[in-house]
Design a protein around this ligand. Structure first.
Ligand SMILES: [Zn+2]
Length: 111
């Protein structure tokens, strides 16, 4: 049995930090492909009042932590009312990872 050399520990730590950064970048790319991950893939909700409820139901992709709502914006240039696009900016309560979720308000069509 030999004692660990500090240089080896430093190398391992650097490699681990590198891996974490690369995984973060991979998560960023995958996030865009998820429902609500981009303006092109909004999550449909029935009314404006459920936008934040729906956004809070998401979990952090990195650590499954709870998400805190930072901002809730109506996307500029989007038509008001039916089909209005909303963007909710979230941050993980545990690891602080930011996340944005796009939702479209699609009220059920009245008969
Ligand atoms: Zn997290």
């Amino acid at each position: 049995m030999t004692a660990k050399k500090p240089a080896r520990a430093r190398t391992l730590r650097r490699a681990a930090q590198n891996d974490v950064r690369k995984l973060g970048q991979k998560l960023d790319r995958l996030e865009v492909e998820l429902p609500g991950g981009s303006p092109a893939r909004p999550v449909a909700v029935a009314s404006a009042s459920v936008v934040e409820v729906r956004a809070r139901a998401e979990r952090c992709l990195a650590c499954e932590g709870e998400l805190i709502i930072r901002a809730h914006e109506a996307e500029r240039g989007a038509p008001a009312g039916h089909g209005q696009l909303r963007r909710v900016d979230l941050a993980c309560a545990s690891c602080r990872r930011p996340r944005s979720l796009w939702l479209r308000i699609e009220p059920p069509v009245a008969n």
